[in-house]
Design a protein around this ligand. Structure first.
Ligand code: HEC
Ligand code: HEC
Length: 234
């Protein structure tokens, strides 16, 4: 995440406070109160959420397209992502310090908090690009089943149809992945989705399933599928 390094310095300050002893007192109190008022979360959890909010938004909808929306994401996937940042299986200069500061209970609680927030509203996307992206998302790719067979997207082609395409004759020899840890991509930021696909393709982010799939897509296909997904209802 070279592009994002500029934000690191400012946030390093937030992080220094976050990791200090007086957590609740040091995180912006107004923000903490607002988070706490939104639902039954403890003061300590509200303080942690307020820290994440600097990049991901208080309710998990980011105002900066470089940071992923977390609202409405599957809790199992959020937990897996945080564990991957903690173990170093997934690297990010910005995210890893925040992930490694979380204890096991905080990981579960924070994943549950963001998972139950209202998903982002669909983003406006270039319609030609999105149309091309729909084909990438729903068609069978080179040696892999359609994206839609694993990633349910806003209900479209999810469920039964996805299962039909994922297995049997259209399966392309690849098994479907556990739905609980397969992220929902609908209404996610296009620039985040594109950068995630680029990272899989370059090897900067490694996943046994997604790395070969992303590599099989052209730059234009990655951009198009990201635009399509960003415009879907989450
Ligand atoms: C300094 C900005 C920043 C802060 C603060 C931050 N994150 Fe992140 N987060 C990121 C970036 C950037 C990524 C994308 C990393 C990548 O894949 O390269 C990310 C990714 C994630 C992901 C993976 C999302 C996905 O779709 O794969 C989760 C989960 C997450 N953050 C949770 C949190 C939590 C919980 C906190 C607070 C404890 C937090 N983040 C604080 C910047 C931040
Ligand atoms: C066989 C199942 C499967 C197929 C087919 C598949 N994916 Fe994935 N995808 C996954 C899994 C599992 C992950 C989570 C990887 C991880 O934990 O880092 C993922 C992660 C992603 C991510 C990262 C999301 C995030 O929040 O960081 C993107 C983007 C993505 N896939 C796009 C696609 C696209 C586009 C296609 C089709 C060209 C596709 N996937 C096909 C299973 C699949």
């Amino acid at each position: 995440m070279r592009l994002l390094r500029g934000h690191g310095a400012a946030l390093a300050v937030t992080f220094a406070l976050f990791s200090g002893a007086a957590i609740a007192a040091s995180v912006a109190p107004a923000s903490t109160d607002r988070v706490a008022a939104q639902g039954a979360v403890s003061d300590a959890l509200a303080a942690t959420i307020a820290t994440c909010a600097a990049c991901h938004g208080e309710k998990g909808v980011s105002t900066d397209p470089r940071y992923p929306d977390l609202a409405g994401q599957k809790p199992g996937y959020l937990v897996k992502a945080l564990h991957d940042f903690q173990s170093g299986a997934r690297t990010s200069d910005l995210m890893q310090p925040f992930a490694t500061a979380l204890g096991p209970d905080q990981v579960t609680a924070i994943a549950a908090y963001f998972a139950r927030q209202t998903p982002a509203t669909p983003k406006k996307a270039d319609s030609d690009l999105a149309r091309a992206g729909k084909i990438v998302f729903t068609a069978r790719g080179q040696g892999h089943p359609p994206c839609a067979s694993c990633h349910t997207a806003g209900g479209l082609l999810g469920g039964v149809m996805g299962r039909m395409m994922g297995g049997g004759m259209m399966g392309g020899g690849m098994r479907m992945t556990d739905p609980a840890i397969t992220p929902n991509l609908a209404a996610q930021s296009a620039s985040y989705l594109k950068s995630a696909l680029d990272a899989f393709a370059s090897g900067a982010r490694a996943d046994p399933v997604m790395s070969p799939i992303a590599k099989s897509l052209t730059q234009t296909e990655r951009e198009a599928v990201a635009a399509y997904l960003a415009g879907l209802k989450g």
